[in-house]
Write a protein that binds this ligand. Structure first.
Ligand code: SF4
Length: 75
């Protein structure tokens, strides 16, 4: 399998979910300060890594400090 690559901002699903690489840049109505990929239920990989797999974007890496509208609090 190919190495995962950084999720392109123009990926259709990324655009549909308003993904951003810096959570604080989000203009989305549902964005809440303090939420980001690192504390999302769907993040995978190692804590603290800058780029990590996400269950919603197979084959890609998302920014640890990113955000999208599918964000759900890690239990
Ligand atoms: Fe980040 Fe969660 Fe969206 Fe994946 S689902 S891109 S971890 S906010």
């Amino acid at each position: 399998a190919a190495d995962p690559v950084k999720l392109p901002l123009d990926n259709p699903q990324a655009k549909a979910l308003a993904y951003v690489e810096k959570a604080g840049d989000s203009q989305h109505a549902n964005y809440k300060a303090g939420s980001n990929c690192a504390n999302c239920n769907f993040i995978q990989g190692a804590e603290g890594e800058a780029w990590r797999p996400c269950q919603l974007f197979p084959g890609f890496l998302v920014a640890n400090e990113g955000w999208c509208s599918a964000w759900a609090k890690k239990p």
